[in-house]
Design a binder for this molecule. Structure first.
Ligand code: HEC
Length: 114
């Protein structure tokens, strides 16, 4: 059998395949570089500082400022608790997936400050 329009057939096939795959992938894709000052700080302030700030923070964990958040992320505690299903942080329940993904991306990119 011989195709009359091999290139067009091929393009249609590629289009079909790419449509199928994008329809099934559900993940948060972040394209901008993530920085502490622009992206992460506000998430921590809104969701964590009510308890993890001041002289007597919960669990003795102060998350005020770049260095504190970075060290809790580097030692794995912060990421494991924001992703925990049985014992999440914040205690009221896991944050929205895009907020969690933002912090994960920040760690992956090497903790850019600003
Ligand atoms: C309503 C208060 C509250 C909020 C809000 C909160 N935490 Fe906590 N957090 C606690 C308490 C209380 C503990 C100690 C008990 C426990 O581990 O569950 C704790 C423990 C932790 C621990 C474990 C510390 C250790 O050394 O064992 C981490 C990490 C943590 N929180 C991160 C976070 C992050 C990140 C956020 C924001 C996304 C957050 N928490 C929001 C109250 C809070």
């Amino acid at each position: 059998m011989k195709f009359k329009y091999p290139i067009i057939s091929f393009l249609i096939l590629v289009l079909c395949l790419s449509n199928c795959s994008t329809a099934t992938i559900e993940e948060v894709i972040i394209t901008e570089p993530v920085t502490f000052d622009t992206d992460v700080s506000i998430i921590i302030t809104n969701n964590c500082l009510p308890c993890h700030a001041g002289g007597f923070p919960s669990a003795g964990l102060n998350l005020e400022g770049y260095l504190n958040v970075r060290s809790s992320t580097e030692n794995g505690n912060l990421l494991s608790r924001i992703n925990s299903i049985s014992n999440p942080m914040p205690q009221s329940g896991p944050m929205a997936p895009d907020l969690i993904a933002t912090i994960e991306q920040w760690a992956e990119d090497g903790f850019i400050e600003n």
